[in-house]
Design a protein around this ligand. Structure first.
Ligand SMILES: [Zn+2]
Length: 562
């Protein structure tokens, strides 16, 4: 039998229970045709053989919740994350420098600040930004994506707009907007900049794609396209198609369409009312490179920004909303209706819920939708599932709901989350082992650009459970390395209904895998985050090659026997 390629001399961890380890893989037309040992070279005739040099190999990483266009676009923004920023003064200085090289009246865009990590423990103010950039429009996005700070020139431009429900403009002591713009109110600022062109989005996707494969990401779920707070244009799906057509996309993409882009379409009178994008497309449309996975709905805000909907006030005050318990971005009654309509129309429903009150409300809505219109294997998701009481875990299991927490939050924003929750609620935050203990599926994800999205950093945190200050987060939730890698591969595939073609290395699956610089299963667990990705293979093609496996392998025709 003749095959396209044989990759050999690899230490493959297949995550296939039938054959957990292998040293060689045969590939044809982008798919695995056999896993085995060096004997495969004698059994099969290959057009090319690639020597993996004895390195550890795992299935390609799959980021189950990220924002790739957002990340690609933000690469051009001023980096105001911490480090390098230690104070509001540092941020102001960075804004002043960017303004100096930007035409008068132009935009100074910054991304990634977290007030919890600044010496002053507060957001910059419009006044402070005016002092360093009086003649520019300044827009600084919080790392959570749930709030931003703008200067007076921007405040003046949005002054005549009505504040959308689910949003707020924060005020100073005199009752004037202080520059902080919360949740849905960000739509006002966004309307000044977006939509961007398709070409700009394609460029962002291309830049992000190169970065992703260098970190071992072969698949990702884009959490919100085509509308709402996280989108850049109603034409976002076209940008993805265009990036693929131009050969700029090396990562397989599962799109979650923003619920704002769905419509109640006209339909035959003896047919159920469809809630879909124009043309009626719904979950599952597309191919193994680019597909529509589900619909994304926002229920609440962010934990570290203290806007997520909680049953009780945030620790130490400072919570948004009337009782200091955060608020719903979508009113619970509207939320229920959206979930019911989307469920009924066949969507995989993926609802952002972080606060314990939001999580409980979404679970209720999923239960009601399922009771009213029973469907099998829905796998509705709760994006983040930030705070969930132990008593609700069985309900998650019974409903077949997939929680989508972010391991990397533990270190990068874990201290802020602990401060917002207090000791008594922290054990409920960003659970992972409690899900696995109940056989609830667990994907791996980053919410990039909220935090650094390199999967090995996420896996590091899922295993180590330590915050940036070195404090333990929730040690009882720590995973083994195998469990964390399985989440980032098989778990993420399941969360996208794609476990039939990816997430494990066995015959019939896509030939997507990552070659690692060290054996993460045996090294000191403190070193997992520093492990290098040596090469990334997507569909049997080498998409990233740091160590030259492309040339190091004996690349010749018919190099093997029969
Ligand atoms: Zn997100």
């Amino acid at each position: 039998m003749r095959v396209d390629k044989i990759f050999h001399r690899g230490q493959f961890h297949t995550f296939d229970p039938a054959r957990p380890r292998a040293t060689a893989m045969a590939v044809t037309a982008g798919r695995i045709v056999a896993m085995g040992d060096e004997g495969l070279l004698d059994l099969l005739s290959a057009d090319h053989t690639v020597d993996l040099g004895g390195h550890t190999v795992v299935p390609g990483f799959n980021d189950a919740h990220n924002h790739m266009v957002f990340y690609g676009m933000s690469l051009a923004d001023v980096d105001i994350s911490s480090p390098p920023m230690h104070s509001v003064a540092d941020i102001c200085e960075a804004v002043r420098r960017r303004a100096a090289e930007t035409p008068l009246g132009g935009w100074v865009l910054g991304a990634g600040y977290d007030q919890n990590k600044l010496a002053e423990r507060r957001h910059p103010t419009a006044q402070e930004l005016d002092a360093v950039a009086p003649n520019h429009r300044v827009w600084l996005r919080h790392t959570s994506g749930h709030m931003c700070t703008v200067n007076s020139m921007v405040l003046a431009e949005i002054a005549s707009m009505p504040v959308p429900s689910g949003g707020e403009l924060a005020m100073d002591a005199d009752g004037r907007p202080n520059g902080l713009v919360l949740e849905q109110a960000q739509l006002m600022v966004r309307s000044l900049v977006f939509p961007v062109t398709v070409d700009r989005m394609v460029d962002a996707i291309s830049q992000a794609s190169q970065r992703y494969v260098s970190e071992g990401v072969t698949s990702a779920t884009e959490a919100g396209v085509g509308g709402g707070l996280v989108s850049h244009s109603p034409l976002e799906i076209r940008a993805w198609q265009e990036a693929r057509r131009r050969g700029m996309l090396d990562v397989r993409i599962n799109l979650l369409v923003a619920v704002e882009a769905l419509r109640h379409l006209d339909h035959a009178h003896d047919e159920d009312a469809p809630f879909a994008i124009e043309g009626g497309m719904s979950s599952g449309f597309g191919d193994e490179w680019l597909r529509i996975g589900g619909t994304k709905i926002f229920s609440d805000g962010s934990l570290i920004g203290r806007t997520s909907a909680m049953f009780e006030p945030f620790e130490g005050g400072g919570g948004a909303g009337e009782c200091g318990c955060g608020f719903f971005q979508t009113e619970p009654e509207v939320l229920r209706r959206l979930i019911l309509d989307a469920h009924r129309s066949g969507w995989q429903v993926c609802t952002h819920a972080i606060g314990d009150r939001a999580v409980a409300t979404v679970l209720d809505a999923y239960a009601d939708a399922q009771a009213a219109f029973p469907r099998s294997d829905t796998r509705h998701r709760i994006e983040h599932c930030g705070v969930i009481a132990e008593g609700l875990l069985d309900k998650v299991k019974t409903l077949g709901v997939v929680p989508v927490p972010q391991g990397r939050f533990i270190s990068e924003i874990g201290d802020g989350m602990k401060a917002a929750l207090g000791l008594h609620r922290t054990p409920d935050a960003y659970r992972q082992k409690s899900f696995l203990d109940r056989q609830i599926p667990l994907p791996g994800s980053s919410d990039r650009p909220v935090v650094n999205g390199a999967p090995l950093l996420g896996i590091h945190d899922m295993v180590n459970q330590r915050t940036a200050s070195g404090e333990p987060f929730v040690p009882a939730e720590a995973l083994t390395v195998e469990q964390a890698v399985s989440a980032y591969t098989a778990g993420s595939a399941y969360a996208a209904h794609e476990e039939g073609r990816k997430g494990r290395l066995r015959a019939g699956m896509l030939a997507d895998f990552v070659v690692l610089g060290s054996d993460i299963f045996t090294i000191d667990r403190d070193g997992i985050g520093e492990t290098r990705v040596e090469a990334t293979v997507v569909g049997g093609e080498i998409a990233y090659d740091r160590i030259g496996i492309r040339n190091g392998g004996r690349s010749s025709s018919s190099s093997a026997g029969l």
